[in-house]
Design a protein around this ligand. Structure first.
Ligand SMILES: *[C@@H]1O[C@H](CO)[C@@H](O)[C@H](O)[C@H]1NC(C)=O
Ligand SMILES: *[C@@H]1O[C@H](CO)[C@@H](O)[C@H](O)[C@H]1NC(C)=O
Ligand SMILES: *[C@@H]1O[C@H](CO)[C@@H](O)[C@H](O)[C@H]1NC(C)=O
Length: 553
């Protein structure tokens, strides 16, 4: 199995090809993209499930100083107030009408293939037939004449990274058409919003339904905040790894710096991070839309008290996607050693045959400690793992997504070394079992973060603020590209079938939101940003020192 490094090279090769090949090679390109995508996904999936076995072994007690952040988390990292529910309508106009979708009756004379095609055709069908569907659907109401009502509610602190992600283009004086042209070289689709309507140009196939569910998310944002999403033109790349290397766009090259949206970034790239498709569902592996899954996780979390959970570190996922995960498997308990880790391999193929009975994310909170480790890039499993009150043992990540940059070691998780995983996990579990109150507090702070600061309300607000700030940077007036086709909730949902359709309908925004979004916090000053990074580093260093001391003892 290829390692993550090889995977990244694949990604780059595709990138170069996409830019260099003439149109005549489109067929070859398509095949190579499909092949790469298949490898990516096979190496990428992670999820966790419940483990029923009971292993009785007494944890060894370890003592160590108590980090200040555990005792005074609020002082370390103040949390903005939680999302307020919609205020009850008092003297306001009646609540907004519920949106609905009505699909035309299916064309029975159309011949249906007996075997459903392997790859979803929903987006392709919608793009080839939707102009009339969408044209007859009512447009959004005109933008509110007065400024949108302020919610007087500050957004979670991770929203501050919106300014960080856009800073390079602000410094370059804005986003030009030339920059977008450059971003197009690897983009999966181009999205244009004009007067609250969305137009999509598909540039190359995405893996599974990533593009469909990402575009669906934007359409739901348009329903939720009618008249508030500004006109814009953006390029979106649905492949795992960030590609806009910072060092390539210094000096005069900043003129072509591509503003490219994708799901994750790292410290050496400029890709703009956007919520991934799984918030609206991932039908291929039966992951429900986040608003429903979040409720399941909340219930699941209440099933077993922390003290009654297995006193070990649990992980279940696909180890073959990266070298680092294969190393993790070596930390598993065996007849000769016990690093306090209980590691299980997930077989998605088998799961798909048995209806995912063994991957119920709602019943995953069975251990006091849960390990998060990246696959070939960031993993969508992070939110599911953090949602248990179990303390997350986070193996030093290379990538970030839109919310993970505000997670702090010792406040939301316990850091685990990537270069000495087994000893590091053993130490973490021993520490937790001898500091149960503190370990529980770290677990609780993480699950509160997920429940309060990562609700769909916040996800939509993040999208609205990011797109609004991005649109302000455009130095041209967006227009509909001739190749782009209007998409709307009807055109996508009506073309979908099976679980795909169910997830689209389940994640559909049912009515416009009356109140404004949360207030976008200001950018970090360079000093604040430096201090934030330093604080994280110090906590990690502190723990590594304790580990060293324990190893010597
Ligand atoms: C139904 O499908 C058939 C075969 O594809 C086509 O000829 C016909 O025009 C369609 N009817 C409608 C109403 O779309
Ligand atoms: C929002 O806060 C401002 C300043 O604190 C206050 O003047 C205003 O009345 C508040 N608005 C609402 C709707 O609470
Ligand atoms: C880890 O050990 C447990 C207990 O022996 C075993 O059931 C499990 O299959 C092992 N995991 C892997 C990935 O080999």
């Amino acid at each position: 199995m290829a390692t993550a490094a090889a995977g990244t090279a694949d990604c780059w090769r595709r990138t170069t090809l996409a830019g260099a090949l003439p149109r005549t090679s489109a067929a070859f390109l398509f095949l190579s993209v499909v092949a790469v995508a298949a490898i990516i996904s096979a190496r990428w999936i992670t999820a966790t499930t419940a483990f029923q076995g009971r292993l009785a072994r007494l944890p060894t007690a370890t003592t160590a100083a108590i980090p200040a952040a555990v005792l005074h988390p609020a002082a370390e990292h103040p949390r903005p107030s939680a999302a307020a529910p919609l205020p009850p309508p008092t003297s306001r106009p009646p609540p907004p009408a519920l949106y609905s979708i009505s699909c035309p009756a299916p064309n029975l004379s159309q011949s249906h293939p007996t075997e459903p095609p392997k790859a979803s055709q929903t987006l392709a069908r919608a793009l080839s037939s939707s102009s009339s569907t969408c044209a007859s659907s009512p447009g959004p109401p005109p933008p509110a004449s007065s400024a949108p009502p302020s919610s007087n509610r500050s957004c979670p602190s991770y929203f501050r990274f919106i300014h960080e992600d856009l800073r390079p283009w602000r410094a370059a004086g804005g986003v030009t058409r030339a920059m977008l042209g450059r971003a197009r070289l690897t983009a999966t689709f181009r999205l244009v919003v004009l007067g609250g309507r969305a137009y999509v140009q598909r540039l190359r196939p995405a893996f599974q339904t990533r593009d469909l569910f990402t575009i669906w998310g934007v359409l739901q944002l348009l329903r939720r905040y009618p008249g508030r999403v500004p006109d814009l033109d953006l390029m979106f790349d649905t492949v795992d790894w960030p590609v806009v290397r910072t060092h390539l766009y210094r000096g005069k090259y900043a003129e072509v710096m591509p503003p490219l949206f994708r799901y994750c970034g790292d410290d050496r790239t400029l890709d703009i991070v956007f919520p991934d498709w799984s918030f609206w569902g991932w039908p291929e592996i039966n992951i429900k839309p986040w608003h429903a899954l979040q409720e399941d996780l909340k219930d699941g979390n209440n099933r077993v008290r922390w003290m009654d959970r297995e006193p070990y570190a649990y992980w279940k996922g696909n180890p073959s996607v990266s070298a680092t995960r294969q190393e993790l498997v070596k930390c598993n308990v065996s007849s000769t050693q016990d690093w306090n880790a209980r590691i299980y391999a997930q077989d998605w193929f088998k799961e798909s045959k048995t209806g995912y009975k063994d991957s119920d994310l709602g019943s995953q909170c069975s251990h006091r400690y849960k390990i998060y480790i990246e696959g070939s890039a960031w993993s969508i499993s992070q939110k599911y793992i953090l949602a248990c009150d179990s303390m997350t043992l986070l193996v030093t990540p290379k990538y970030y997504d839109f919310f993970s940059r505000s997670l702090m070691p010792i406040q939301h998780y316990w850091p685990v070394r990537d270069d000495n995983k087994c000893a590091s996990i053993k130490y973490a579990v021993d520490w937790g079992n001898s500091h149960k109150q503190l370990a529980q507090r770290i677990g609780k702070q993480a699950s509160s973060f997920i429940q309060e600061e990562l609700s769909m309300d916040q996800v939509y607000d993040y999208m609205l603020h990011l797109l609004t700030e991005y649109a302000k940077l455009l130095k041209f007036k967006p227009t509909k590209p001739p190749e782009a086709v209007e998409v709307c909730s009807e055109s996508l949902a009506c073309q979908a079938e099976g679980l795909e359709k169910k997830f689209l309908i389940d994640s559909m925004v049912k009515s416009a939101r009356d109140a404004g979004p949360c207030d976008l916090p200001p950018p970090f000053s360079s000093r604040e940003l430096k201090m934030l990074k330093q604080r994280g580093k110090n906590s990690v260093k502190q723990i590594e020192m304790w580990e060293q001391r324990a190893l010597r003892a």
